[in-house]
Design a protein around this ligand. Sequence first.
Ligand code: MLT
Length: 311
Amino acid sequence: SRTNTFNILVSDTMSKEGLQPLLESPLVECVQKNVNELDQLDQFDALLVRSATTVTEELLLKMPNLKIVARAGVGVDNIDLDAATKHGVVVINAPDGNTISTAEHTFAMMSSLLRKIPQANASIKEGLWNRNKYQGSELRLKTLGIIGFGRIGSQIAQRAKAFEMKLIVFDPFLTKDRAEKLGVELGSVEEVLAAADIITVHTPLTKETKGLLGMKNIAKTKPGVFLINCARGGIIDEQALKHYLHTGHVAGAALDVFVEEPATDRELLDFENVIATPHIAASTKEAQLNVASQVAEEVLQFLQGAPATNS
Ligand code: MLT
């Protein structure tokens, strides 16, 4: 009954195995359904989401018993944090469960972009054998600019070194000392823009990072630069990106995330030198198990009175 069990709503698809701590707990009633499919929402103590569910104030008002929202992933941009604070709802995430998957996906996108693998693959499947069209460039000795040098950015740097790439990174929270220890050159945004052959962004989407690579800043990059966004749609301004793809200043872009998802901007997707994936950087067995079990454990602890650690 309601008095001695916790009611938990899992609104997005999550690893079953990761949710085991909740599914098996005698303390918990777990419902796995999208918020939009339910009429009654007032019984839930906890809400688990990925990125498909948008947690608005309107939703929070329908869930007066809610104590915690858990994001099985990193970015909490789909959750109205101010509204959650206002209504006394704690928000947690799983900050490191998908770091490696996202770094590996970014790396796969970078190699694919420079070697035109998706385009070559599409062409051979159409029955063509066009070896000249798909000449690419090596990663070795190219300068990779990493904007946002947290967990994911630093894992990318480690992999880039194995490929003998040069690195220049920007992160407002990174000191010169720490950068030296990590074996990367620390620069300002301007310095990264001026030096990099390839730029990848790994920041959250905030007021400061929205449109960070926009009309002005892309103009400061090297002609022929490649841009990668496996972080959040909007960090690279899509209108500006299209402009510089048209002029040829940007040689190509690899995108896993979009301002609007599912992605609908055909003009952007139809560029021959734009390669894209449908927000799957964190979609591995390993990452999904990690993030689901991290939030499942923490929600269970929290409902039993422990303080939230990843809030
Ligand atoms: C995240 O923020 O963790 C990623 O975007 C992955 C996801 O949406 O599940």
